[in-house]
Design a protein around this ligand. Structure first.
Ligand SMILES: NC(=O)c1ccc[n+]([C@@H]2O[C@H](COP(=O)([O-])OP(=O)(O)OC[C@H]3O[C@@H](n4cnc5c(N)ncnc54)[C@H](O)[C@@H]3O)[C@@H](O)[C@H]2O)c1
Length: 373
């Protein structure tokens, strides 16, 4: 299928709450083209938020597979993500959610809540991979967007390979290390394809705020001695994260994002950061409790506590809307090394060489790159 150069054709892997927020955001900015509320970058190169066009989607939930994407966004375990529905009109006309390979995507907690759709045929893994590659190509996908559940190591690698095989950019929103992994980065560079990730950093989320606080301690000459960040929420992301075995990379990504922002050394035993519990009645609202303890002038003690309440999924979509447009711009400009500019601003676990940049420096880098567009 030929593709319109003035659009960003995305394929969505995992139609959960984050995908819902992204779809509803694209719809919102399509209906309200003059409104730039809630956007870091109203325009990225040639692309506004309404130029992002979902052209394909995959999931395993039997309540989503086979349904029109716009309907599937509100199906199964997906929640109201707080975007007023009367401000929207349906988008992604003609796009039906296709069945993805299950692999390690839906874990034990997840399967308590969903029924995994039957495979479409009695196919070998090779035949199923060929089917998906054909779907990606036929839909004209340019950017594959990974929204699988935390702990989907095998499935994320499977989809990264699909991106390589089909000539797509890959945006990895989840805490499985792909962009941070030098081998994967090298493979995407060799293929001339942008790879950005890992683990989307929400627009004004716990990670960003905690990084700013940690940085403030070192910038102002205060020694940060102990810190925690406790997070609770009531969506499927939090329910899935009750499965402790799936959390290792999530904890690594979230803790590293904060300790990397602090210029001094923090004893790992004095840092506790991660998803903390599932509280059903919170729905898509996330609460973060952040505490920083330090020593100031002549060792005098300083304490800081902050509580943040945010809509979890729209908060991530506000950055993903930039990530997909940046990935497409990098495709247009044939600059597969875009991760060096973009990932530190957009993601919690960017490639190591840029991981210790301050957020302000990362923002300056990205804006300088965008100014060249
Ligand atoms: N602020 C945020 O919301 C935020 C921030 C950073 C990272 N993330 C990450 O983004 C990811 C998506 O978050 P979410 O809130 O949309 O989660 P979600 O649980 O609502 O959605 C996940 C979707 O993936 C589907 N799925 C499960 N196994 C699959 C498979 N094998 N193939 C295809 N689809 C499969 C599920 O059925 C579900 O629709 C999570 O890993 C989350 O941790 C979210």
């Amino acid at each position: 299928m030929s593709s319109n150069p003035s659009t960003v054709r995305i394929g969505i892997i995992g139609v959960g709450n984050c995908a819902r927020a992204l779809l509803e955001g694209i719809s919102y900015y399509t209906v309200h083209p003059e409104d730039t509320t809630g956007l870091c970058h109203p325009a990225i190169g040639a692309y506004g938020p309404a130029d992002v066009v979902p052209v394909a989607a995959w999931d395993v939930d039997a309540e989503k597979v086979g349904r029109p994407l716009w309907d599937a966004r509100a199906a199964g375990q997906n929640l109201d993500v707080g975007i007023p529905q009367d401000a929207l009109k349906p988008i992604a006309d003609g796009v039906t959610v296709s069945r993805a390979p299950a692999l390690d995507g839906a874990g034990r907690k997840y399967r308590e809540r969903i029924t995994v759709a039957q495979p479409l045929g009695n196919w070998t893994p090779q035949e199923e991979a060929a089917r998906i590659r054909a779907e990606v190509r036929d839909a004209g996908v340019q950017v594959l967007v990974n929204y699988l559940p935390v702990g989907s190591q095998e499935a994320t690698e499977w989809w990264a390979q699909v991106a390589l095989d089909t000539g797509c950019a890959f945006v990895n929103n989840i805490p499985v290390f792909i962009a941070r992994n030098p081998e994967w980065r090298e493979r995407f560079r060799e293929a001339g394809l942008p790879l950005i990730g890992d683990d989307i950093k929400s627009q004004l989320g716990a990670t960003y705020v905690h990084r700013v606080l940690a940085r403030a301690f070192s910038d102002r000459g205060i020694t940060l001695t102990r810190t925690y960040q406790l997070n609770v929420g009531g969506n499927m992301d939090f329910y899935n994260m009750l499965e402790a075995d799936r959390l290792a990379t999530k904890r690594e990504s979230k803790s590293g994002a904060v300790t990397d922002a602090y210029a001094g050394h923090l004893d790992p035993g004095n840092v506790h950061i991660g998803p903390s519990d599932y509280v059903a009645f919170l729905g898509d609202t996330k609460k973060a409790f952040i505490r920083c303890e330090g020593r100031g002038f002549a060792g005098a003690p300083i304490e800081m506590e902050l509580q943040l309440t945010v809509p979890d999924s729209p908060n991530s979509a506000g950055i993903v809307i930039d990530a997909v447009r940046i990935a497409k711009t990098a495709l247009d400009r044939e600059e597969p090394d875009v991760d060096a500019w973009a990932s530190a601003w957009l993601f919690k676990a960017p490639p190591r060489p840029v991981a210790q940049e301050s957020d302000m420096q990362a923002r300056r880098n990205i804006d300088a790159w965008l100014d060249e567009v």
